[in-house]
Design a protein. Structure first.
Length: 194
């Protein structure tokens, strides 16, 4: 993506934007100034909880309108459960369905209902970005011994034939047990690969 002039800045906070006829300048709280033709600001989703009167039943949504739940999708009010976009990450329909089923099972008293984990995510950009499982940062923080396997799309015959060589697949696996701990991919059809 760098070859195409794309710059990705993680964990930056926007201080303010200046707009001009032919470009924009983003000023970050860390003091950086970034000039670009365009800026894509990805801010996630917010819960649609305004006006529901949740405070009347003892619930306080966060600044994004989202509710906090435990691993059974139960809110701080014992008889109220929540699932989907209103609880935040990962904001995917497939995850919301599973979360809803899990919440319903917990409400009806089913035993041994496991919370939804390891949800594959897909971002339908060009190139696509997709992942499942732990990241290298998480594994390092958790002191889990891991190894990395990487494959670049540019080495694939299909990529060379089509000329679509941008992309990479990374597999994180446990150093001793060889268990797959995370898979991360960007490139053509990354969501299908994951």
């Amino acid at each position: 993506m760098r070859e195409q002039g794309v710059l990705i800045r993680h964990n930056e906070q926007i201080d303010f934007l200046e707009t001009f006829d032919d470009h924009v300048v983003m000023h970050t709280q860390s003091g950086k100034k970034i000039k670009a033709d365009a800026i894509l600001w990805c801010n996630g989703r917010s819960g649609n909880t305004d006006g529901l009167g949740l405070e009347n039943v003892g619930l306080k949504p966060n600044s994004r309108g989202q509710l906090t739940v435990n691993d059974q999708y139960q809110t701080e009010v014992e008889n109220i459960y929540a699932a989907g976009d209103v609880i935040g990450w990962p904001s995917l329909a497939s995850a919301a369905y599973d979360q809803g089923r899990c919440a319903g099972a917990n409400m009806s008293g089913e035993k041994d209902v496991a919370p939804v984990t390891d949800i594959p995510t897909g971002i339908y950009t060009i190139p696509e970005i997709s992942s499942i499982g732990k990241t290298e940062q998480q594994l390092t923080e958790e002191k889990i011994p891991y190894e990395v396997g990487q494959a670049s799309f540019r080495h694939l015959a299909r990529a060379q034939i089509t000329g679509d060589t941008m992309g990479e697949l990374k597999i994180l696996f446990h150093r001793e047990t060889l268990e797959v701990l995370g898979v991360h991919c960007f490139g053509n059809n990354a969501s299908e690969i994951i």
